[in-house]
Ligand binder design. Structure first.
Ligand code: FAD
Ligand code: MLT
Ligand code: ZN
Length: 487
């Protein structure tokens, strides 16, 4: 995958002596997958391969510490012995950041999974970095609160991973970014120092807000072992509408109208194009929510305190946009099962399009007016190069667009029968040049990992890159933390 990357000779190779240290420090067979003193290929496989089956590492060792102190001992030893490491959460990241490139040690947070504290007056939750987001949300539901982030990988993604990627997801429109919701972080620096800023304060203006460096840092300066996060009251009334529209112009009008009419209860406004919905239908076999085909589909969710009031508002909104011919057809979920079913048409896209071989994924921030033109231009470009088509002689199957319309975040995806250089060269760096011209972002929410390592210059100036480099060197002078990735 990366012919230009060479293993950094500063890093040591693992020996049986290293393994002995880790085994005695972690003191538990379940804490070490040792592929150095024996063959453990099958057990190591899930840690070496990413969710998209696009990136593959060659680790021979996975460590699963159970406490912050254990992480500290392990990292201190790695730093002193120049052993490179990759922090890994649920391994659901989409930019190849969570798997090793060569033989870096995987430090998995999976056994650091305790909910430490919850205060139902302030709504502040304190957890270990390895708590799975769905488990946190189920716990919060028992206390009438909700985890402020929702995404399709919630059953495997961990809170530390969410924070390390600064994940956005389906509710950002309402609950905001993790840069605001995360109130405190406990992390371990490469030399073993415990960075204890696990504050539970909403307000704290005392100098540089250093924890922000870990939010979206992608495991390049330390391992997040604890997170304190502000969680909102769970809404009693969740309503969902799913509708079809004739053009992207109409999608924009519907979005504007939704803000006017539903502003205070709007919790999601998601966009799906016709092709994305056809894939979900083809792969799941589920009955489509609407009759007929529409070029675009949107999903609106409202979260409020009064079901009757909210559904009345949503019904009125739908009547209005249909009356004005902004929306061609629409349906409202009648109960919780239908809410989940309608969400399935949005959340199920990632899995459905990845079903055939692979997907070239681009996660972009674009001024809303031009958001969908990129999908059309990419489609034209791949068509003109003869790279996309229905039968197996074409490498690409389709060009698909969906995303978080309310956040100006498009997911441009090119599902392929297999990953080929030809398709990649047809899209990159062209897509990043397109984004740069419009002052968009080459990574809205997934991060950079290894996938966008080459392209960071399309986003960040030399001055910004220099400051990032200096920051990295300050925290991680030996460069052991998640090497070969974007920094
Ligand atoms: P991993 O994949 O394990 O790791 C991701 C990165 O964080 C790596 O660089 C890793 O080294 C680092 N890391 C992980 N844990 C730690 C830690 N404790 N300390 C330091 N560094 C750490 N993302 C969105 O933003 N929005 C979405 O809507 C969204 N939907 C998704 C849907 C699906 C089906 C899938 C598969 C992925 C989706 N993602 C989405 C991508 C992904 O960013 C999130 O799934 C999640 O935040 C990653 O968490 P994780 O625990 O799996 O992290
Ligand atoms: C989503 O919004 O569905 C996620 O970011 C995953 C993806 O981009 O496919
Ligand atoms: Zn997304």
């Amino acid at each position: 995958m990366y012919p230009s990357l060479k293993r950094d000779s500063r890093f040591s190779e693992l020996t049986n002596e290293h393994i002995q240290f880790f085994k005695s420090t972690l003191g538990d067979d379940a804490a070490v997958i040792d592929g150095v003193s024996k063959d453990a290929t099958d057990d190591l496989e899930p840690f070496n391969r990413d969710w998209m089956k696009k990136y593959r590492g060659h680790t021979k060792l996975v460590l699963k510490p159970k406490s912050t102190e254990e992480v500290s001992k392990v990292l201190k030893y790695c730093n002193e012995n120049k052993l490179a490491v990759v922090p890994q959460g649920g391994n659901s990241g989409l930019v190849g950041g969570s798997v090793p490139v060569f033989d870096e040690i995987v430090i998995s947070l999976s056994r650091m999974n305790k909910i430490r504290n919850f205060d139902d007056i302030s709504g502040i939750l304190v957890v270990d970095g390895g708590v799975i987001m769905e488990i946190a949300d189920n716990f919060l539901a028992e206390h009438n609160h909700l985890y402020p982030l929702d995404l399709g990988a919630k059953g495997s993604a961990q809170i530390g991973g969410n924070v390390a990627t600064n994940a956005g997801g389906l509710r950002l429109l309402r609950y905001g970014s993790l840069h605001g919701n995360v109130l405190g972080i406990e992390a371990v620096l490469p030399d073993g120092t415990i960075f204890d800023d696990l504050s539970t304060l909403r307000k704290n203006n005392t100098g540089y807000d250093l924890k922000q460096l870990f939010i979206g840092g992608e495991g390049t300066i330390g391992i997040i072992t604890g997170v304190s996060i502000h969680c909102a009251q769970r809404s009693k009334a969740i309503n969902v509408a799913y509708f079809g529209l004739p053009s992207f112009e109409h999608v924009q009008r519907a979005y504007k109208e939704a803000k006017i009419q539903l502003g205070e209860i709007l919790s999601a406004f998601e966009l799906m194009d016709a092709r994305s919905q056809a894939f979900v239908h083809e792969v799941t076999g589920n009955k489509r929510p609407l009759e007929g085909d529409h070029p675009f589909y949107c999903l609106i969710e409202t979260s409020g305190s009064n079901t009757e009031h909210d559904s009345e508002k949503l019904e009125k909104f739908l009547e209005h946009v249909m009356g004005e011919e902004i929306v061609s057809d629409g349906v409202l979920a009648q109960d919780e099962t239908q809410v989940r079913q309608l969400w399935g048409w949005r959340e199920g896209i990632t899995e459905a399009i990845g079903h055939f071989g692979g997907t070239y994924k681009y996660d972009l921030s674009i001024p809303i007016k031009e958001l969908y033109s990129l999908v059309e231009e990419t489609r034209d470009r791949l068509n003109s190069k003869g790279l996309v088509g229905d039968d197996d002689s074409y490498p690409a199957i389709a060009v698909v667009g969906y995303g978080h319309m309310g956040d100006g975040n498009l997911h441009l995806n090119v599902p392929v029968r297999k990953y080929t250089q030809e398709v990649e060269d047809a899209i990159e760096p062209w897509v990043y040049e397109w984004i740069q011209k419009r002052k968009g972002s080459i990574s809205a929410e997934h991060g950079l990992g290894i996938a966008k390592k080459k392209y960071i210059g399309y986003q960040r100036s030399d001055t910004m890159l220099k400051l990032m480099r200096q920051t990295k060197d300050l925290y991680d002078p030996n460069g052991i933390m998640n090497p070969y990735k974007y920094i």
